[in-house]
Design a protein around this ligand. Sequence first.
Ligand code: XMP
Length: 327
Amino acid sequence: MALLVRPETMERITTPELAQRFIDEQIADIKAQVGDKKVLLALSGGVDSSVVAALLIKAVGQQLVCVHVNHGLLRKGEPEQVIEVFRNQMNANLIYVDAVDRFLDKLAGVTDPEQKRKIIGREFIEVFAEEAGKLDGIEFLAQGTIWPDILESEAGIKAHHNAGGLPDDMHFELVEPVRILFKDEVRMVGKELGLPDNMVYRQPFPGPGLGVRCPGAITRDRLEAVRESDAILREEFARNGLEGKVWQYFTVVPDFKSTGIKNGKRTFDWPCIIRAINTTDVMEVTVEHLSAELMDHLVQRIITEVPGINRVLYDFTPKPPATVEYE
Ligand code: XMP
């Protein structure tokens, strides 16, 4: 069985050697816990579930069944990367579920942010439970729970962030190999397991994904504008040495239009808001100031490459009073 509580004496995993020692111990523990039975894992492609997948693949190989649910609210290239890394490179047993229409149909016309979150959380569980129901002989469920999740749920801070609780009638024994690790340790272990840097050092991404960056009722065209502008922002941050330095950065495309001109003709399109912030605990947040040169370049790329955008704005508001996300 995996250790449930982080021992007070546990050394912080800060070196490849310590990471390797942890990996060896976990592989032995997982083998002892799981035996020859099957394990199910919801693999989002975020760092925690990716590290859990990589550990389980090393420990029990094809006994692990990964389910990747594409709910249409992921960033550009993410579902493809999950397939490439886990199915093609690591030979994982991966079920890819294209649930894009299902999620977007359920979300159509829903404007209330909490309602949107609930629909996304509920639908995710339903899709996952349906996939689990199609499989025989699964006895274990792996989860990417990490130590701050335990601390924050105990303190009552993080309930809405842990939206992925599974229904009680799924009687699985849990396998939580990174449960006692802090985030920096999970990254260290992921690096040692050979996962790509853009997976290991990925910035935080909310469970409801791009859904909360497309404020109000989500439409496919506006969601695409969020996805494309976000991809441009990430590309430019990487090119300009800001990746891994700025804590979180993304774009938001609000549900209102303003007038503009393109090729001598009037346009009536959305603005794209850029948000780039730094923090240590996400309770208080400061804004990253970009150079005027980079800002100009981002504006040019976004207005020329992203359909439906005719204006780019920068959010200079710290938290408090503004939250990081827009809903
Ligand atoms: P806020 O907007 O509350 O965000 O200042 C603080 C941090 O939490 C992330 N966030 C979420 N993460 N599910 C998540 O998993 C959510 O519903 C959610 N809402 C916000 C946000 O991206 C930021 O890092």
